[in-house]
Design a protein around this ligand. Sequence first.
Ligand code: HEC
Ligand code: HEC
Ligand code: HEC
Ligand code: HEC
Ligand code: HEC
Length: 195
Amino acid sequence: MRTLALVLGGVSAGGLVALLALGGTRSQAQGTPQPSDSNFVAVISDTGSLRGPRQPIFFRHDLHAGELKLQCQYCHYSVAVSTEPGIPSVQTCMGCHLVIGGNTASHKAEIKKVRDSWNTKKPIEWVRVHYLARHAHFPHQRHIKVLGPNACTTCHGDVTRMPQVFKVNNINNMGFCITCHVERKVSRDCTVCHY
Ligand code: HEC
Ligand code: HEC
Ligand code: HEC
Ligand code: HEC
Ligand code: HEC
């Protein structure tokens, strides 16, 4: 399984153990007691109170990028090379979820939606959280090159702790961009961002 091997390369020792333990539970008979996942992010039953737009599938960054320590670029594959960071295809998810079906009732239900999307070839329609007006342009790669691969927090906050992504900074306020550009002595020419 090439995809899985690739994933495991980016997972820390702790995450790896958790991952293998979870993957392993799949081979047990249905209904047998599952190992305790006290090592894991808390179960959230009241998703209605979470900040950020509700997504078609309750995909948790605090679990995938936090607990499992998957690198952002494993999924946002083009963030360092393109204006667009990239949103992973269902195939990326299936590298794991072909095997990992979930340990709790809610995880099982949500992962089933991922598998359904794969089986019916209907892409998941994620709701966009950060969105600039058409007249403004933001090139991710230029920023990552200078600010580094871990700069995501500067603009997006600590996503590794978010069960559901929400906007931490008002990126739709031009002042947010200009403040840093002034500090960093980057051009403030209107046509740099508006074209
Ligand atoms: C396992 C795949 C995966 C990993 C790893 C991952 N993401 Fe995501 N990310 C997604 C998916 C799927 C979405 C769309 C659904 C959503 O918003 O939760 C998304 C959405 C986002 C968004 C909101 C995009 C928007 O619409 O504005 C941000 C910001 C983000 N991710 C940042 C990060 C950062 C930072 C990391 C690393 C700390 C990371 N992601 C790791 C899969 C991943
Ligand atoms: C490296 C392997 C891996 C990848 C890649 C991965 N997941 Fe997961 N995912 C897991 C594990 C492990 C769990 C925890 C299962 C459990 O304990 O129930 C999980 C749990 C989930 C859950 C239930 C918990 C939650 O997050 O709300 C959903 C839904 C989910 N994954 C969706 C996705 C989607 C969508 C993608 C692709 C964008 C994806 N996963 C990619 C390993 C992975
Ligand atoms: C300097 C600020 C800044 C940094 C640093 C930054 N982003 Fe963004 N991000 C933005 C802005 C602004 C948008 C909205 C862009 C648009 O609408 O064209 C965005 C949008 C996104 C989206 C949504 C894209 C989509 O197609 O739905 C994702 C995912 C994302 N960023 C991930 C990341 C990741 C991962 C990192 C770190 C590797 C990162 N960003 C670093 C400002 C930033
Ligand atoms: C945390 C600091 C920071 C923030 C916030 C930030 N930028 Fe930047 N931006 C930079 C740096 C540093 C560069 C210079 C990159 C380089 O030298 O290639 C840059 C470069 C750019 C460029 C390319 C400039 C050129 O000369 O071609 C554009 C376009 C841009 N930013 C747009 C934006 C927009 C739009 C926002 C707000 C949504 C924003 N930036 C927010 C730091 C930031
Ligand atoms: C560093 C990038 C950047 C530069 C430089 C920049 N803008 Fe903007 N501008 C933005 C962003 C981002 C927005 C918000 C877009 C949105 O609503 O999503 C914006 C919004 C605007 C708006 C819409 C009204 C508003 O306040 O939201 C106007 C008008 C505008 N800019 C004019 C200018 C002019 C004139 C200049 C040159 C003096 C300039 N901008 C330079 C990034 C920039």
